[in-house]
Ligand binder design. Sequence first.
Ligand code: CA
Length: 235
Amino acid sequence: MAQIILIVEDEVEIARFIRQLLEKEGFACLHSHDGNDALRQVQTHQPQLVILDWMLPDIDGLEVCTRIRKAAGTYDPYILMLTAKGEDFDRVIGLSTGADDYLVKPFSPIELVARVRALLRRSLRQEAQGQVYRTAHFTVDLDRHMATQQVHGRVQELELTTIEFDLLATFLSHPGRAWSRAYLVEKLWGNDFFGEERVVDTHVARLRKKIELDPKQPQFIKTVVGMGYKFEDED
Ligand code: CA
């Protein structure tokens, strides 16, 4: 059965571009021009993934996202937000809008396909088996899909995108191990990934922003020159 993706985008050219790209990848696509129509189509067709533009003519993407999450019962789609405001969205996503990931316009076709595949692969994946990873400051609970960090002795829940969560879980599974970019790409996106290995750097940078006191002088996620990354968390 083909996986259904709903594209919510009022700009016809961009919508067409995304649609052609994803149909070439074998996904079945639907399209909405505005938020109200998107909410109707989500109800009717129950797509696995909603690609949701922030700026829409009626209700904005964030509101649509919130309403989809509120209405969700056993059916709960993945949501990939499109935005021209990367910086702002970082903050907003911290307030838990319920989006799983986001892309800043303009994005490359490779980037879009990679994100879509990562999210949909996740939806096919069996739920993890009660696994919890712990280090001195971090906990990742795969079952509950929850990550926490101790900051000044207080436990705080981290608001992470799907990929950031997977990345942190991978790091915590083997603290101190050096990971190559190629290995991380395969782990996070699967071995049919055909894009740039450097895509990992973008997600590491975002994760650092959320967990490091000073992302430029990271305490936890260290760069391993010429190779990739290493996670360290000592007492
Ligand atoms: Ca728009």
